[in-house]
Design a protein around this ligand. Structure first.
Ligand code: ADP
Ligand code: MG
Length: 233
């Protein structure tokens, strides 16, 4: 499934997000309020579980605000001539540490050489980190996250592969819809952010996934059309 949004769709996306965030923040707030009320009425032995729920819901509201801010603020700083491999190698220790905690591993399969790309490296790091974290969250221990790069037909491709749960067609269709999440603590804003970052680089994201068989996200960056891309952004 190829996911691309045109300009008009992107604009309406911003409006939908504003409505969505109001709704999404109200949910955890309502839960927190309800449990605070219960805490006043119930015995101290009930407190421990209520406390945990209240903290989780506050953390969730906080994540939604953080992700939403990244989405709103991304695109503000500039692009520079960059090597995608440098960006990946800078991130690798972070991914490795995260994977290690989960009993998973990270493999890098970087091609021999890549042309320089016109990148906002801060945003590209965020994109790789989001895709990497999603991959890890979809896998049990012993899972393997692979970051691969290749150069095909005037495109530089970054593949983020996992050996995780994979997705059904229904999930695949909703992947990039803001606030779509199957995780208890998810925000559903990670992939919309990734898509928006890829598009601001003139790129696109495609997904290949089957339930139980793992997932491959492919981010494609054009490099021949660099001038055209930089005037659009
Ligand atoms: P979040 O991670 O907060 O749920 P995302 O926008 O990053 O939000 O992802 C949306 C949903 O897409 C996830 O909740 C999950 O259901 C699905 N998803 C994303 N990446 C993967 C993956 N690598 N494997 C399986 N499912 C995934
Ligand atoms: Mg995510």
């Amino acid at each position: 499934i190829r996911s691309e949004l045109n300009h008009v769709e992107r604009l309406t996306l911003v409006g939908r997000m504003a409505a969505g965030i109001t709704h999404e923040i109200r949910n955890p707030m309502a839960v927190v309020r309800g449990f605070l009320q219960l805490m006043r009425e119930k015995s101290p032995s009930d407190m421990e579980s209520y406390y945990r729920i209240v903290m989780e819901e506050l953390d969730r509201a906080n994540s939604i605000i953080n992700d939403f801010l990244s989405l709103a603020q991304s695109g503000l700083s500039g692009k520079e001539d960059s090597n995608l491999h440098d960006v990946i190698e800078e991130l690798a220790p972070l991914l490795w540490a995260d994977a290690n905690l989960r009993g998973q591993s990270v493999e890098l399969r970087l091609c021999d050489s890549l042309p320089m790309l016109w990148l906002n490296t801060k945003e590209i790091k965020q994109l790789v980190l989001n895709l990497g974290r999603n991959a890890m969250e979809a896998m049990e221990s012993k899972g393997v996250l692979t970051l691969e790069t290749r150069c095909v037909c005037e495109m530089v491709e970054l593949l983020v592969k996992d050996t995780g749960s994979g997705m059904s067609d229904i999930e695949l269709e909703k992947l990039f819809v803001p606030f779509f999440t199957t995780k208890e603590q998810g925000t559903g804003l990670g992939l919309p952010l990734c898509l928006s970052i890829a598009e601001r680089h003139g790129g696109s994201i495609s997904v290949d996934s089957r339930p139980g068989a793992g997932t491959v996200f492919t981010v494609s960056f054009p490099y021949e059309s660099r001038e055209k891309v930089s005037t659009v952004c």
